[in-house]
Every structure is written in structure tokens, then in C-alpha cells.
Design a protein around this ligand. Structure first.
Ligand code: ADP
Ligand code: MG
Length: 684
């Protein structure tokens, strides 16, 4: 049989030209070709007598060409071929626009199968541009379920179908089965050859379903094995063993009682760090659940053992804020806390780098500047990354590479649906903080349209009058953004607001400002020197202004649910009642339903599940850089149960053969390695 790595151009029936077109679709090898699954299918399986067809129906009819097809050139650029086809029940007028060759390909007296949409005019039935092929002999494009592929210039559906057919014929018999026998049997899955044949050219819908089920499982199983193997390797890696224990002094220094969930997460982390293996732990908790405290406890533990920690935040603003909170908490306990951010002067940076190299800090807080090449660490024991989804995984590992395998704590403030967490963080152990500190009030949320503007302004005036502060969020407006409706930029909106509220202090912060200026504005907000802060989503993560009572989100339709939830988390952080108002004039059904979810629940996990359901996993993370490997058949949002099953099976298999070295697992190992290699950015 043909080697699966064979270049497509050498496959029978595919030449240089078609190969080039296929390359544009990312299809280079025979394997790529047979794994290039249809985008959808067209059901051309039913055939009816002409008289029984109905208007608008997509159907096959088997009919004889009753007269010689006539070609008329109506005008330049418009050719029409007309013919009449008949079966025992009736006649069909067939028309082809700009397909002059139909005249020669359809022979009077021959019987063909035509597939198309039935159009009627009075008692007559017709089809325009139907697909056709001879009724005699093997059928490829009629009388069956036909695959529809994504195509590129130079490829038609017909050519694509033929190419795949050629590819399958070249290797179908001997496609290696990636799934071990026992797994396939236990899970009741179809065989490889059957699956590949029927995902492309299904015999019927049941066969298609069986094929899909098998291939989805296979894809998720390979993914689960890859993640399981990485995780296994990590678990076997020895790490710095923390010997000295006891957090009593830390707990005693806290201004409040930790919640049960915080305690549990801290205990999980300490257990990892004391175990002698490297910690790779994710702390997942809703906004305001108090993740910072968990990090602080582990940082303290690390310092007690004579190691330093690095805390990486995604933005300058957040780094600054964490620097304040953590210094306040840890300095009195005797820890030396430093920072390193991109906006520091060259001199400040140099001093900080010196301190890091000499081990003068117990904790350094910063942005990605922490892992630039010229930074060296003395005794780095713990790396904490906050809001992990904003970092590429590669960045995380750049920092991890700095020490001799420091422990890693990842904190995610976006509650991620469990299913996705399994994948994105598949190589991490997870602690979930599912409890908010006591006394938190629910943020009352309303979705309104422009007609509420006056009332909204009245509300802003009233709150500001009481000395409370207000966030107003505008969507990011890129200059080259072509927008269907008028969107307010943050700056513009700030000017408008200042005009409406001359007595209030209005400021603006957005991503294009210099980090220093941003920080200045944020500090002024935190210090209560600003009444209304207009911002883009730079305030989305983490920023803490307990006195803020209201967040208004303009053009709320432009934001994802999880993002809105994050934004809403900017208020309700103090003791007082807070509100979130989502302004949207977009009156689509779907938009209203989405925004309504926000008004009904404050549970971040629930919201993220909805977000995933509504927008799919790709959108959920914005882009691939957030670590989702690309799936061919599986839908990471929808195939949850299969994913769980695949993970169970993978765990069983890896327990028996951790390195996948047994000969019967060779094909699987190869697939796993290919996946790891092609997603090197996502996994490491
Ligand atoms: P997040 O999980 O969103 O990062 P933070 O760590 O910023 O949450 O905590 C949010 C707020 O809750 C902070 O002001 C913090 O001081 C406070 N906080 C954290 N834990 C507790 C607790 N156990 N009791 C009371 N307040 C707490
Ligand atoms: Mg936080």
C-alpha cells in the first residue's frame, strides 16, 4: 500500500496542479488527504418519480433525455442549455446556465440521474443546473450522501471528491488502527477503514454516525494520551522539596479568616511542594474568590524554605496592584518584595535584576519582563502566573525554564468550563475555589437600551453624589475596524460624559496609553480621585477598587459573556451594594438572550458554560494562542462525554504502558507524537 507520508502529487489521478491546490488547503500527504474531512454532507440519497416531487424539494430523479439538448447564446456571458427529461410518471424541464458542455455530456435517449431543487411553473416541473451522472454504472454524486468539502481555487467539489476517493483507494485497506483493540471493543467503536470510508462517502446516515463517533473518539483519545503522557513525565520529574512547614504565622497575620476553599487550595499546593515532585497546579476561582491569598500563602511557604518566588501578571496595572497587595501582606512578615516591569526605567530594571541575581528578594512581581533573557534568578522556587489565559503557554514555560524546575502555580480568573480546563490545563492538577469570602453582595445586573440613557445618567449622578465611583467600559475600537454601527471610543465617550457631568472628575484609560500613564490613572482611581473612569477592557482583569459601585458596559453586544462577567467583577468588591448595567441597542434575539443570562446569574462557571455553548470553544479563547489544539472532527464544546470517556481509557492505557512503547501501541504512539509536534506551542 501507499505510504501515508506520500506526497499527494504522486497519488494516482492527482497531478501537479491539483496537488498545488490541495497544498493551499493544508493537504500535503496522503494522510492529510484522507484526514481532510467533509465540512458537511448533502443528502442525495432519495430518488423519486418526477410526478411525486414537490416544489422546493432537493431530490434525485432518474430520467431519460427526451430530446437533443439545445444551446442558446442569449447574450455575451449568458449561455443556456435546455432539455427535457422524462420518466414513467412525467417530464422535467432541465436548464443549465453557462454550462455549455452539458449539451455534449447529455445524450438524447440516455438515462441519467439528476439531482437538484424542484421548481414548478403551473403543472410543469423543472430543475436548474442539476448535478447529473449516468444512471448505469457506479454512482458517485447522486443517489447517495455526498460529502461537501472546503475547497480552494482550482478545486471543485467534484475534483475534491475524486481526489479523496483516489486517496482512500490507495490506503484504505491498510490504515493502521490507532485505537487498541480492547478500547475499540469496550467503547463499541467502528474500525479504522470503515470510519474513513464512511466519514467521506457514507453508505447511509447511520454509517456516517458510526464513523464520526469513532473518529471523534480517536481524536480525543490521542489528545488525552498526549496530555496524560506529558503529565506523567512531569509527575516523575523531581522538584525542590520544601522541608520546613507550618503556616500558622501566615494565617495569623491575615486581616480576615480564609474561606474553606482557600484553605483547601493552599493545602493542595503545600502538599505538592513538599512532595519532592514538581508542582504544576491550577487554581480556578471566580472573580473575587481570593486567589491572590492562595498564592501569597505558597510564596510565604517558599520563602520560609529559603527560595524566592516570581509572580507574573498579564498587565502593568495588575502587576502594580499585586505589588501593593502582596507587599502590604508579606513585608510585615519579613519578606523582601520587589518588582520588575517593562515601564521601569533602565536603571530601575538594572537594580532589580541585580537584586534577583543576588537573591535579595523573596518575591518579585512583574509582567513578562520577568522572563526576558537577561534576567537571572538565584534560588527560584516558585513561579506564579495570574490570569493564565492571557499568557501564551510558551511564555509560562520561558519563566519556568529560568530556575532548576521551580514549582508552578497558575491562577485563572476566567472560570473555564470543566471540559475545556481538562484540555487546556490537561497537564496541570486543579484546585477549585468555589466559595466567595463572606459578606459579598450580588451585583445587580440590568440589560438596557439607549432609551434608558437619561435614567442611567441620573443614576450615575446619584451614586457619584454619594461618593461612590463608576467604571464605564467601551469596546476597543481599532482604527481599521469597519463598523456596522456607531461605536463610541473610550476617549470620545469620556469627553461626552465630562460634558454631561461638568461637576464630576472624569478620566479615561485605554490600551494604547503608555504603561506609566495607565498606572497613574488607575492609582488615581484607586485613591478615589476620579469619579468616572472610562476604560477599554484593560480593566477587565483583576483591578481592585472597592469603592466602585457601578460598572456600565457600552455596546455590550460586542463582548463575550465571560468577558462581561470579568468586567462585572470590577465592582461588588467592597461592602456596599453595586450594580452592572449593560447598554446595547443591538436588538437581535440572540443578543438579548445572551445579555439576559448575565442578569440572571452571578456564577462564573455557569456563564462560561453558556458562553461556550453559544460561541464555541474557538471564540471562547479568542485565538489559538490560548492553547487549544486544533481538532478535525471533535467539537471540544459539544463532545464532553466522549472526552471524559477518552480520558478514562487513556488513563487506563497509560497506567499499563506509560511510554506507549509496547509494539501494539506503535500507531498510537506515532499519532500522539505527531499531535505533540504539530501543537508544540500549545503544549509544553
Ligand atoms: P481574585 O480571586 O479575583 O484574584 P482577590 O484575590 O483579588 O480575588 O480577592 C478579592 C478581594 O477579596 C480582595 O480585596 C481580598 O483582600 C479579599 N479577600 C480575599 N480572601 C478573603 C477572605 N477570606 N475574607 C475576606 N476577604 C477576602
Ligand atoms: Mg486576581
Amino acid at each position: 500500500m501507499a505510504d501515508l507520508n506520500t506526497d499527494v502529487r504522486y497519488i494516482k489521478g492527482i497531478g501537479e496542479k491539483k496537488a498545488q491546490a490541495l497544498n493551499k488547503l493544508g493537504v500535503f500527504s496522503l494522510r492529510d488527504l484522507v484526514s481532510f474531512f467533509p465540512r458537511k454532507y448533502e443528502d442525495r440519497s432519495s430518488v423519486k418519480p418526477i410526478a411525486l416531487t414537490c416544489e422546493g424539494e432537493n431530490i434525485c430523479v432518474e430520467a431519460m433525455v427526451a430530446d437533443t439538448p439545445r444551446l442558446t447564446r442569449v447574450r455575451r456571458g449568458l449561455d443556456i442549455v435546455k432539455l427535457r427529461a422524462v420518466d414513467d410518471s412525467g417530464a422535467l424541464d432541465v436548464t443549465y446556465f453557462n454550462m455549455p458542455y452539458a449539451k455534449d455530456n447529455l445524450q438524447r435517449g440516455e438515462t441519467y440521474v439528476f439531482f437538484g431543487k424542484i421548481e414548478t411553473s403551473g403543472p410543469r416541473r423543472g430543475m436548474v443546473n442539476p448535478v447529473f451522472e449516468k444512471a448505469e454504472g457506479e454512482r458517485h454524486v447522486t443517489g447517495r450522501i455526498v460529502p461537501v468539502y472546503r475547497v480552494a481555487a482550482g478545486l471543485s467539489q467534484r475534483v475534491m471528491q475524486q481526489a479523496v476517493r483516489q486517496g482512500l483507494d490507495a490506503c484504505l485497506e491498510e490504515l493502521p488502527d490507532v485505537l487498541p483493540h480492547s478500547v475499540r471493543e469496550r467503547c463499541g467503536l467502528a474500525q479504522t477503514g470503515y470510519a474513513y470510508e464512511n466519514i467521506h462517502f457514507p453508505a447511509d446516515f447511520e454509517a456516517l454516525e458510526l464513523a464520526r463517533r469513532r473518529l471523534i473518539f480517536e481524536e480525543l483519545f490521542v489528545l488525552a494520551c498526549a496530555l496524560g503522557r506529558m503529565r506523567g513525565e512531569r509527575a516523575r520529574e523531581s522538584g525542590i522539596r520544601m522541608e520546613k512547614s507550618g503556616l500558622a504565622r501566615f494565617w495569623a497575620a491575615l486581616p480576615f479568616e480564609p474561606t474553606g476553599a482557600q484553605r483547601r487550595a493552599v493545602e493542595d499546593g503545600i502538599r505538592d511542594m513538599d512532595s519532592g515532585a514538581v508542582m504544576n497546579r491550577l487554581i480556578q476561582g471566580d472573580v473575587g474568590s481570593g486567589k491572590t491569598l492562595v498564592a501569597a500563602a505558597l510564596i510565604w511557604h517558599c520563602a520560609e524554605n529559603g527560595y524566592m518566588s516570581a509572580f507574573m501578571a498579564p498587565t502593568e496595572i495588575l502587576a502594580e496592584q499585586h505589588y501593593h497587595t502582596l507587599s502590604e501582606l508579606l513585608t510585615p512578615l519579613g519578606l523582601r518584595v520587589g518588582k520588575l516591569t517593562g515601564s521601569m526605567t533602565a536603571r530601575e530594571k538594572r537594580t532589580a535584576r541585580e537584586a534577583l541575581k543576588n537573591g535579595d528578594y523573596d518575591l518579585v512581581i512583574g509582567t513578562h519582563a520577568l522572563f526576558s533573557a537577561d534576567v537571572e534568578y538565584e534560588k527560584l522556587g516558585l513561579v506564579v502566573t495570574d490570569e493564565q489565559h492571557r499568557f501564551g503557554v510558551g511564555q509560562r514555560s520561558a519563566l519556568i525554564g529560568k530556575g532548576q524546575k521551580p514549582h508552578v502555580l497558575v491562577m485563572s480568573a476566567t472560570p473555564i468550563p470543566r471540559t475545556l480546563a481538562l484540555i487546556i490545563y490537561g497537564d496541570l492538577d486543579v484546585s477549585i475555589i468555589d466559595e466567595l469570602p463572606p459578606g459579598r453582595q450580588k451585583v445587580d445586573t440590568f440589560a438596557v437600551d439607549e432609551s434608558y440613557r437619561e435614567r442611567l445618567n441620573g443614576f450615575i449622578r446619584k451614586l457619584a453624589g454619594e461618593g461612590r465611583q463608576i467604571f464605564v467600559v467601551c469596546p476597543m475600537v481599532e482604527e481599521n475596524d469597519e463598523l456596522p454601527q456607531k461605536l463610541k471610543s473610550a476617549e470620545e465617550h469620556a469627553r461626552d460624559l465630562q460634558q454631561s457631568f461638568p461637576e464630576l472628575r472624569v478620566a479615561c484609560v485605554h490600551g494604547k496609553m503608555k504603561a506609566k500613564d495607565k498606572d497613574a490613572v488607575m492609582s488615581a482611581m484607586a485613591a478615589g480621585e476620579i469619579d468616572i473612569l472610562v476604560a477599554t477592557t484593560v480593566i477587565e482583569v483583576g483591578v481592585d477598587v472597592p469603592n466602585a459601585a457601578l460598572i456600565v458596559v457600552e455596546n455590550a453586544e460586542r463582548f463575550g459573556l465571560s468577558q462581561l462577567h470579568q468586567l462585572r467583577g470590577r465592582v461588588g468588591r467592597g461592602r456596599n451594594k453595586s450594580w452592572c448595567i449593560l447598554v446595547s441597542d443591538h436588538d437581535g434575539e440572540e443578543n438579548r438572550a445572551r445579555l439576559n443570562i448575565m442578569t440572571k446569574t452571578n456564577d462564573g462557571f455557569k456563564i462560561s458554560e453558556e458562553d461556550l455553548r453559544l460561541r464555541g470553544p474557538g471564540d471562547f479563547f479568542g485565538s489559538r494562542q490560548h492553547g487549544l489544539p486544533e481538532m478535525h472532527v471533535a467539537d471540544l464544546g459539544a463532545d464532553v462525554n466522549v472526552l471524559q470517556k477518552a480520558q478514562q481509557e487513556a488513563a487506563l492505557l497509560l497506567a499499563d504502558d506509560p511510554g506507549l512503547t509496547k509494539p501494539e501501541h506503535a500507531a498510537l504512539r506515532e499519532s500522539v507524537e505527531r499531535l505533540l509536534k504539530s501543537n508544540a506551542d500549545s503544549f509544553n
